[in-house]
Write a protein that binds this ligand. Structure first.
Ligand code: GDD
Ligand code: GTP
Length: 425
């Protein structure tokens, strides 16, 4: 058997996803009509040998309850459980902490997925490569621009055998444009011993903190030590495990030519939304709105939303539950969340309209397109870095005829005047 783990992180993470993560944990944010991790589950469901999926994180127990209930009916072949870390244990620490649960039923392989990536998750292909190569680990890789590469884990591989020769997490300088997508397949026989070795290496190493403090600093001594022992429990796949695996293990890379993006900042939900909608369109998904004179595909409209027939939507637009889009409005490359209202003749481009927000008549809320290859949704305006995507938090209001450009707007704000390139607090 095979199992899958989705690393969902916790409340202290996802800060770059503000203001949207103030109201919903990032893994549950809706992109292309479904929570981010729902897209992971659709890929996991396509691997016949997987019956069990664990969400591992340190959010409160209740956070994923409703999601798991819904997902269990939508993915009847999967048993989905949330395993809560008592504190952030790191990307490998959580796996290790829950090894008994994971190893129950003796799975040969486990998939580990970062929850904050958007891609087609070619899991069956990764499994096939693992079997062909008798691999202990397979990592999903993708090519990015040289400028973007150092923001990710970088992989040096043998082009012919696809073996990983070298792995460096976010290197200081360029080493390769083949990067870690945050999707792994491990043989259970290899990963748990590797984590154990990393933990052992850590405990054996002398604690520099204890020697550093001088004579009468007993109290800071203690603090150093405590902080150190806490950090000691954090084990990260990327820094503590993968480079070792490249040295000693049967470690291979499966390079995807399909789409891949990270979902870090709130603005990055816009390219992720576009990519998942395009994929749904390619797959002939029945969920999408049928194309018409005023619907430029792909567009997702929740069954409970109200869109006036003269409003023009798309491409790459998602309209959430009970949202309304009035006559003559124009929405393009945007996400309109639950209960939001877009009044008549308003224009919404490259933006996220938060829950229960209101965009007034003839108003214009817009961001700026960024190239898909940039892996970044910030741009420089007048020498200052700003978010290219305009984001209205929950319950914001944009007055009639007001223009909002490249702004991030915190919840409950009312915009009565034109604003540009600002964070509105
Ligand atoms: N359960 C749990 N516990 N999950 C965690 C923890 C933790 O302590 N820390 C991080 N995560 C989850 C996050 O929610 C996210 O899904 C994933 O692990 C990775 O998050 P980060 O640790 O913030 O790493 P990163 O996103 O900056 O970089 C990673 O992903 C890139 C691809 O998106 C690395 O793996 C890079 O090498 C990789 O390129
Ligand atoms: P069409 O010719 O209508 O297909 O649009 P377009 O080629 O001008 O651009 P697109 O369809 O991509 O729509 C974005 C454009 O909509 C904006 O650049 C505006 O020019 C236009 N627009 C601005 N405000 C409004 C509005 O209130 N209502 C409508 N319907 N369009 C607006």
């Amino acid at each position: 058997a095979t199992k899958a783990v989705i690393l969902v992180g916790g409340a202290s993470r996802g800060t770059r996803f503000r203001p949207l993560s103030l109201d919903v944990p990032k893994p549950l944010f809706d992109v292309a009509g479904h929570p981010i991790i729902w897209h992971c589950l659709t890929a996991i469901e396509k691997v016949p040998s997987i019956q069990e999926v664990y969400l591992i994180g340190y959010y409160e127990e209740s956070v994923f309850r409703d999601f798991i209930k819904d997902a269990s009916t939508q993915f009847p072949n999967l048993t989905i459980k949330y395993l809560r870390e008592y504190q952030a244990l790191g990307t490998a620490g959580g796996l290790y902490h829950f090894r008994d649960a994971i190893l129950k039923g003796r799975p040969e392989h486990i998939f580990v997925l970062n929850s904050d990536v958007c891609c087609s998750f070619p899991l069956n292909e990764m499994l096939k490569l693992a079997q062909e190569k008798d691999a202990e680990a397979v990592i999903l890789g993708t090519r990015v621009s040289e400028e973007a590469a150092t923001n990710f884990g970088c992989i040096v591989s043998d082009a012919h055998t696809r073996r990983v020769l070298h792995y460096v997490e976010k290197p200081e300088s360029y080493i390769s444009n083949l990067i870690n997508c945050g999707v792994y397949l491990f043989s259970t026989d290899a990963i748990f011993p590797s984590i154990r070795t990393a933990i052992k290496r850590r405990t054996d190493r002398p604690r520099l903190a204890s020697y550093r403090s001088s004579e009468n600093l007993a109290s800071s001594f203690m603090l150093d030590d405590e902080a150190e022992s806490e950090k000691n429990e954090v084990i990260r796949l990327e820094q503590d495990i993968l480079s070792d695996m490249a040295d000693n293990k049967q470690f291979f890379v499966y390079e995807t030519k399909d789409f891949w993006r990270q979902i870090k900042t709130a603005g990055s939900a816009i390219p992720a939304n576009a990519l998942y909608l395009q994929k749904a369109m390619q797959n002939g998904s029945q969920e999408l709105a049928p194309p018409s004179a005023n619907i430029i595909p792909p567009v997702y409209i929740h069954p409970t939303a109200h869109v006036h027939p003269t409003a023009k939507l798309g491409p790459n637009v998602s309209i959430g539950p009970r949202a309304t889009v009035d006559a003559g409005a124009r929405v393009k490359e945007s996400i309109v969340l639950e209960d939001a209202e877009i009044k008549h003749d308003a224009c919404v481009l490259y933006s996220i309209i938060g829950w229960s927000s209101r965009v007034g008549a003839w108003a214009r809320v817009e961001g700026t397109p960024t190239p898909v290859t940039s892996h970044n949704t910030s741009i420089v305006k007048n020498g200052v870095k700003v978010q290219a995507i305009t984001i209205l938090g929950k319950e914001c209001a944009v007055g009639d005829e007001v223009r909002v450009q490249n702004c991030v707007c915190l919840p409950f704000k009312e915009l009565k005047r034109d604003v540009a390139n600002e964070v509105i607090m």
